[in-house]
Design a protein around this ligand. Structure first.
Ligand code: ATP
Ligand code: MG
Length: 270
């Protein structure tokens, strides 16, 4: 394991306190096609930041880079003052970063509760030798994980469906399950990819409330969302991007009124 590198000032704020998560001049190319180009952004501890932009802007690609499922072609990723650019997704999770997927794909035949348990990390039960040497501890941890998964299902209002197969869930309920799964690993930084897409108005309020509650508990959140009303309600700061590049950054109302942002949305046909 490499020692933490001294943290230079964050580009977004100029502060010397390390950001919870930070992208510095990230670029991603696929076979010569540049889909993210020189993108920088930072989420401070306990902050909730919106990431907006028209379809194809590169928002999900930014999440894949931040979560480690893609390796940047150039640029750096920092988590809490430590550079993690080359580390795989499991390491990001152990650094406290969790992400939801734009299109949740739960294990359809597993129960809702079992799908939440999939998000458990660092359990002794995952280690072969611990299973042999400390079975009591493993059983105890399994019980703790089960209790936690039940609490999380309660938190996302899915407890009544705990023992149903995940295939019965609606699109909105899948988004809530996705949130519970991610929370199993106790992330400090949560990347939410369109948590409200395709969600009916009643469930939307539940999702918004739960995101507010997580932020109130000190979680740092980066939120991709097309619903600008929701972004304005939740985020103090918004970063807008289009065609892989940064467009504007600031208070939601200012970014929404920015001519370059309006032009990007009109040009993108959104
Ligand atoms: N693995 C890949 N190979 C080639 N091109 C890709 C790959 N992944 C994404 N892209 C391209 O990168 C661009 C950005 O895609 P991305 O999914 O990041 O956009 P987005 O901002 O999340 O859009 P949306 O709002 O529709 O979800 C798109 O043009 C997409 O086709
Ligand atoms: Mg996307």
């Amino acid at each position: 394991m490499t020692a933490p590198t001294a943290h230079p000032p964050t580009p977004a704020t100029g502060a010397t306190v390390p950001a919870a998560i930070e992208a510095r001049h990230l670029t991603k190319r696929f076979d010569g096609l540049t889909v993210v180009s020189d993108m920088s952004l930072a989420v401070d501890n306990g902050e909730m930041v919106g990431l907006i932009g028209p379809n194809g802007a590169g928002k999900t690609t930014m999440f894949n880079l931040l979560a480690g499922t893609l390796t940047p072609s150039a640029g750096e990723i920092w988590i809490g003052g430590r550079e993690v650019s080359g580390e795989p997704p499991e390491r990001r999770i152990s650094h406290g970063v969790g992400r939801t997927f734009q299109i949740p794909r739960p294990f359809a035949e597993m129960t809702v509760l079992e799908n939440v348990l999939v998000g458990a990390q660092g359990q002794q039960g995952e280690r072969l030798f611990a299973n042999f040497l400390r079975p009591g501890l493993v059983r105890c941890q399994e019980r703790a994980a089960l209790d936690k998964a039940r609490d999380l299902l309660d938190f996302v209002t899915l407890s009544p469906l705990a023992h149903e197969p995940a295939r019965v869930l609606s699109g909105g309920q899948r988004k809530l399950l996705e949130l519970a799964r991610v929370l199993m690993a106790d992330p400090q930084v949560i990347l939410l990819d369109e948590p409200a897409a395709g969600v009916n108005p009643a469930l939307l309020e539940v999702i918004i409330e739960r995101i507010v509650a997580l932020n109130a508990k000190g979680k740092s959140i980066l939120l991709i969302e097309h619903n600008m009303d929701m972004v304005s309600r939740l985020c103090s700061r918004v970063v807008a991007m289009a065609l892989g590049r940064p467009l504007a950054e600031g208070a939601p109302a200012d970014v929404a009124a920015n001519p370059a942002v309006i032009e990007a949305y009109l040009g993108g046909g959104v």
